[in-house]
Design a protein around this ligand. Structure first.
Ligand code: ZN
Ligand code: ZN
Length: 285
């Protein structure tokens, strides 16, 4: 592997230890990986041991994986108007920021949350103050990346403006953005043919390229504007193969990690390997 290889990989399991995640990624051919730093369906987790941290850092140093990002647990809702749910959400994100810091992971990706009927601007204000609380006095060695969403239910983050407002209010030294192709497409930002340039031009104008730190490359089961968040294998969904070739070859994204989060298996085949090979091929034209 050389630095000329695209910064590309997938979400990998941490079963057996964080060092095992690095090895899994390497075996698949990843130069970048995404992990959960704890059980994503549980609120609480224990402290990381020195051993876990050391093993992870060693595995990383001796592998071809050049970048690791973390995806936050699915439980927190930073936009929740309910005080108890809000408190737990802040605590959870604080803990994950801390785990990322210990592991030397620069980015924690979170979904902004759902306003549950309070309205979008109220929801955005709640997200901002929750993120402020989660960081506390920490200057932010780990950046919290707010991910674009498909816009299901009352979720925030399906308009580029939402991300812009959150990043501006939290501050770009602590907050950034993650663009998910399936989510933006489902939210109504088309990516096919000329629409790719139009959508990216809107991203540049509204959110800005410097705030973009990770791209999730997922095809979509749902049509454009369907607001359905269901991932499909690269090129096999409603987005189709061509926009993925554009993302892979786009000069603006060379240094940005591209991570796919597609189903692991199809008819028993290791699909991570297949999707990775396909994306590498697309990057080469
Ligand atoms: Zn995603
Ligand atoms: Zn998704």
């Amino acid at each position: 592997m050389t630095t000329a290889d695209p910064l590309l990989g997938c979400h990998v399991s941490v079963a057996g230890g964080f060092d095992r995640a690095v090895q899994r990624g390497e075996k698949t051919g990843c130069t970048a990986i995404q992990i959960f730093t704890r059980n994503q369906l549980r609120w609480k987790s224990g402290l990381l041991s020195e051993r876990q941290i050391k093993d992870f850092r060693h595995a990383l140093k001796t592998s071809g994986v050049r970048e690791v990002c973390a995806h936050g647990s699915y439980l927190p809702n930073l936009a929740s108007p309910d005080p108890e749910s809000r408190r737990r959400s802040i605590e959870s994100v604080r803990e994950e920021l801390c785990r990322c810091g210990s592991l030397g992971i620069p980015f924690l990706i979170v979904h902004p949350g759902s306003h549950l009927g309070e309205g979008e601007s109220a929801g955005i204000r709640r997200v901002v103050s929750a993120v402020d609380e989660a960081f506390g006095k920490d200057p932010g060695s780990v950046k919290l990346l707010v991910e674009t969403t498909a816009g299901q239910g009352t979720s925030i983050g399906y308009r580029f403006e939402h991300l812009r407002d959150i990043i501006a209010a939290v501050g770009p030294e602590r907050a950034g953005a993650c663009l998910d192709t399936c989510h933006v497409f489902a939210a109504g930002y088309d990516l096919k043919e000329d629409e790719y340039d139009r959508t990216l031009e809107r991203w540049e104008r509204i959110v800005g390229l410097p705030h973009l730190h990770v791209i999730h490359l997922n095809d979509s089961k749902g049509a454009v504007g369907s607001r359905i968040d269901r991932h499909e294998h690269i090129g096999e969904g409603a987005i189709g193969i061509e926009p993925f070739a554009r993302f892979m070859r786009d000069e603006r994204f060379v240094r940005i990690a591209k991570i796919f989060e597609t189903p692991k298996k199809k008819d028993g085949a290791d699909m991570d390997r297949e999707n990775l090979k396909l994306l590498v091929r697309l990057s080469q034209g």
